[in-house]
Ligand binder design. Structure first.
Ligand SMILES: [Fe+2]
Ligand SMILES: [Fe+2]
Ligand SMILES: [Fe+2]
Length: 533
């Protein structure tokens, strides 16, 4: 280390001032909710204002995940090779790992055997860098390597400045991580609430329902219609969450009426009609979701021409969510088997809905329903009630390919059981969504939401696959079920890693998901072909 002064005392004071101006600007700037990448780039840019420090626009942020591994969550100016080498540093290994253990800032040239290997294989010359520890309350949660000009030996003053910078960055990053954790917790709460809603909805629909698939289908149909109407993502999410409660008032309808196999008498029908009112009374919460659910429960049997119940509202007096749910609900009711009737064909049900535009239904909603039909028919297959017959063929309208999908679907991965292939394709879609959410840095809330959706659908898919195997006598059933269980266990692990340190979860997870899915489908699911005889 060279002498502390930078020549004359006035120069030294000037540098101190410049250094503190940079730190002050960083603190001010950090009130913006920056992701790690933006944060790193801002730091490196600001440091360029201090030419005497000789930092290069090169560095990284590594954070500890819940298992203590340092994961690179941002990098700048590093070659691919170098980054790949440093991507996952074990605690205690190489400079970064040692700082993550000791908590003491280091200035060093990569010089251990390990690091020499990194430098030579990465081929990016000498790697002189400061390694700043990130610590919160004595707990070291990451490191920030910042590279400086080769050959430059920092003065004690420069080192002191970097120590200050490390403290400031620790504060900024600790707050950022806390905010991400809070986002995930909020999302979890919403998801739990939605889960209760779905279960309650399913219970009220069938009383003894095992699968509760009607409310899944109906709420996703409603979401697809809302999408075709160009409604915002938030509006659609709220609708999909609230719709499952539309029939919660059926709790107040006697079994003799609800499950009657045959036409209802006038008196029975009056008692059935009460469910809209009872539902609205039950759902008396004050938050946005409960308000939406109440509105849907109350208005999903109103008709566009004013002949519906309970209030006989007409046209746009009926809230839009209610008008959408009414089409979604009727379509699913018509195309499902019920105690008192056989399912209609899709063509007949679509014709009926088209004929009722302007009478029962809002013509605008019917138009959107027709536009959304390819997606609706797909949802219908993804959430079936009955056990899948492996010979059951599908003719779905083509779903538009997502351009530039990270994990594109191709027909070579089909196993020849149409419904299962459709399930698999949907799992591909969800994995692509997850990749997109991570890649585009949409934030922990969005990543968590997609991860949950993927987890939920995996449960449904495995259950349906297993029900089919059991019913049709698959020879390797027990082992297959164990493979499914192991995968679910792995997802649960990802989830707990994610909860503990949301910023450190990312590509490792999507690569794992992709590889597992592709391999499992090709090696294991493809053997279900035996069920076709
Ligand atoms: Fe209803
Ligand atoms: Fe599968
Ligand atoms: Fe499987």
């Amino acid at each position: 280390m060279s002498e502390p002064s930078a020549g004359r005392p006035e120069d030294y004071c000037a540098r101190l001032r410049e250094g503190w101006a940079v730190i002050a600007d960083l603190m001010v700037f950090s009130v913006n909710p920056l992701g790690p990448q933006e944060q790193l780039e801002t730091v490196l840019d600001y440091l360029q204002r201090l030419p005497w420090l000789k930092t290069r626009r090169r560095g990284a942020i590594l954070l500890r995940n819940s298992r203590g591994v340092l994961v690179m969550v941002a990098r700048a100016g590093m070659t691919e090779e170098r980054a790949a080498w440093c991507e996952r540093a074990a605690i205690d290994r190489c400079g970064c790992g040692q700082v993550a253990k000791s908590g003491a800032m280091a200035w060093r040239v990569c010089e251990g055997d390990l690091e020499r290997e990194a430098v030579t294989t990465a081929g990016d010359g000498e790697s002189t860098h400061f390694i700043l520890p990130l610590a919160d309350d004595g707990r070291i949660f990451g490191v920030v390597p910042v590279f400086i000009e080769p050959g430059h030996v920092p003065s004690a003053a420069e080192e002191a400045f970097m120590q200050d910078l490390a403290r400031v960055l620790s504060g900024i990053m600790a707050r950022r991580m806390m905010e991400e954790v809070i986002q995930v917790r909020e999302m979890e709460l919403e998801e739990k609430q939605a889960e209760v809603i779905r279960k309650l909805g399913a219970a009220s629909e069938y009383r003894d329902s095992e699968t509760g698939m009607h409310v899944m289908r109906m709420s996703h149909y409603a979401g697809a219609i809302a999408k075709a109407m160009g409604r915002s993502v938030e509006d659609r999410e709220r609708l999909v969450m609230a719709a499952p409660m539309h029939d919660v008032g059926k709790i107040g309808v006697p079994d003799a009426v609800l499950l009657k196999p045959g036409k209802l008498s006038e008196e029975e029908f009056e008692s059935m009609k009460l469910h809209a009112r009872i539902g609205a009374e039950l759902l008396d919460g004050d938050d946005v979701l409960m308000r939406a659910a109440r509105e849907i429960a109350h208005t999903h049997h109103e008709k566009w021409n004013g002949t519906g119940y309970p209030a006989g509202l007409k046209g746009e007096e009926i809230p839009l969510d209610g008008r959408i749910c009414s089409v979604a609900d009727v379509f699913d009711a018509l195309t499902s088997n019920r105690p008192y009737k056989r399912a209609w064909t899709v063509e007949d049900a679509v014709r009926h809905i088209r004929d009722e535009a302007g009478r029962s239904f809002d013509p605008g909603v019917v138009e959107a329903f027709e536009a959304a039909l390819p997606e609706i028919l797909r949802i219908r297959e993804l959430y079936r009630d009955e056990i899948i017959d492996p010979r059951n063929g599908l003719t779905l309208p083509p779903v538009p390919e997502v351009p530039d999908a990270w994990m594109p679907w191709d027909d070579s991965i089909r196993i020849g059981i149409d419904v299962i292939d459709e399930h698999h394709r949907y799992l591909f879609d969800l994995t692509n969504d997850l990749h997109r959410a991570i890649h585009q840095r949409r934030g922990s809330r969005e990543v968590g939401r997609v991860l949950r959706a993927l987890e939920r659908y995996t449960v449904i898919h495995f259950r349906e696959e297993e029900r089919m195997m059991e019913r049709y006598g698959y020879s390797d059933f027990d082992r297959h079920v164990r493979l499914h269980q192991a995968f679910r266990g792995r997802i649960a692990e990802f989830w707990s890693d994610f909860r503990a340190a949301p910023l450190t979860i990312g590509f490792e997870m999507v690569y794992y998901l992709r590889d597992w899915l592709v391999q499992h489908i090709r090696r294991e699911d493809s053997r279900m072909h035996e069920l076709l005889g």
